[in-house]
Design a protein around this ligand. Sequence first.
Ligand code: FE2
Ligand code: FE2
Length: 158
Amino acid sequence: MATTTEQERQTQGSAEVSQDKFLEGLNVDLAHEYAAVISYRTYASQVQGQWRMELRQFFESEIPDELGHAALLADKIVALGGTPTTQPAPVKPARDSREMLRNSLEDEIETIDRYVLRRKQAEALGHYGLAVEFDDLIRDESTHRDEINMILKRWDTG
Ligand SMILES: [Fe+2]
Ligand SMILES: [Fe+2]
């Protein structure tokens, strides 16, 4: 079974992990990248209101990044002898644009947490190249988080 984010949080601090558990973790990451692609695509289509055009473009602009992350993770899982999952993590439904943004922000923050842990685990296992790849992923997701934060910050006052 794939480990959950909550379980992984509890192990934070100790990056020691077996190769099998590490591969399970990478598949959790991959499932969430696929979910991010579906979620941003769905939100881009569903978003309504006066900022539809801006938000639609914004959600769409995230998709290539998340798909790139999925490609990297799937490649690395195979390179390490694993099988990439084909099941996305659950996608959160949203009633309005604000909930779309809040869900997205929550997901980006959780993803950063997982990648910080995964980076430590990669290093502990001696996968130094992969550890460096996680720097890029952490940078990308941090940018996504900051952009969404900026949109939400002035939501009420414009
Ligand atoms: Fe991503
Ligand atoms: Fe992201």
